[in-house]
Write a protein that binds this ligand. Structure first.
Ligand SMILES: [Zn+2]
Length: 261
């Protein structure tokens, strides 16, 4: 038989043990929270809080160019974009305009970047030429030309603005990215320097072009054309994961140079 007082003492001893345990756990939990927030802070310091939007060209019904062996530009662009995202993520916040095989309207791609208040927009393509020997490594930045465009990715490249259709007259919002023309060119040059010495690649050119995908972007923005998929040699190279990793690392270095210059 237990004395009522003893039951009370046992209960209060149990309560005390719980309280001690809770008090012991609080500093551990707090230390964990502090470490977590420090880690997040560190990542932000490393990126300077910068956001990069990567835009894999085409997708869904819009397959882009096709290689002689059947490779599709939309697939190469997505593969390269995912590798580039992986390379950039330790240092930057990264968003993709698409992360699967579906169609994304060009205006939607721009609005994703504007919504995330991106610091940079990089659209990836590997277009095609009318002859199988054709190949070109090009980086484009935006211009709203009054005259028909002379340069730009061929065929299924990011849609060019035609002056023939009434709906294509420049709108005020399409002028936004003209503010970043100089910065976009500098970004293009930084990446060109890195891509220029890729073995077996052609000369990399930097040009301005009235590309619809670059319209309305409120940040420095470029389109990178990593060769023509319609060229058999280029198709083979762009199907090599090591080549894509090399291209992605060089683009990342170009971005680093641009943002820390
Ligand atoms: Zn394309």
């Amino acid at each position: 038989m237990q004395v009522p007082g003893m039951v009370k003492v046992q209960r209060s001893a149990k309560k005390n043990r719980w309280l001690t345990l809770i008090f012991m756990l609080i500093p551990i939990l707090l230390a964990g929270l502090v470490t977590f927030s420090h880690a997040a802070e560190k990542a932000d310091i490393a990126s300077g809080g910068r956001t990069i939007v990567i835009d894999p060209g085409h997708g869904g019904h819009d397959r882009g160019a096709q290689g002689p062996d059947g490779s599709l530009e939309k697939e190469i662009a997505l593969r390269l974009a995912q590798i580039l995202a992986k390379e950039l993520k330790p240092d930057y916040r990264v968003e993709l305009t698409r992360n699967g095989d579906y169609q994304v309207p060009l205006t939607r791609r721009a609005s994703v970047a504007n919504h995330h208040q991106a610091d940079l927009f990089i659209s990836l393509h590997a277009g095609g030429g009318s002859r199988y020997q054709m190949d070109a490594w090009s980086i484009f930045y935006y211009e709203a030309s009054e005259s028909p465009e002379k340069t730009g990715p061929e065929n299924t490249g990011p849609e060019k603005i035609s002056r023939d259709k009434p709906g294509d007259l420049p709108l005020p919002w399409d002028r936004v990215c003209l503010r970043y023309q100089k910065e976009s060119r500098t970004l293009a040059e930084c990446i060109k320097t890195q891509l220029a010495d890729i073995p077996e690649s052609r000369e990399v050119t930097v040009s301005k072009a009235a590309l619809r995908v670059l319209q309305g972007l409120d940040m420095p923005a470029i389109v990178i054309e990593t060769g023509y998929l319609t060229n058999p040699k280029t198709e083979k190279r762009l199907n090599d994961p090591d080549v894509l990793i090399d291209i992605a690392r060089r683009i990342k270095t170009g971005v680093d140079v641009y943002l820390t210059r």
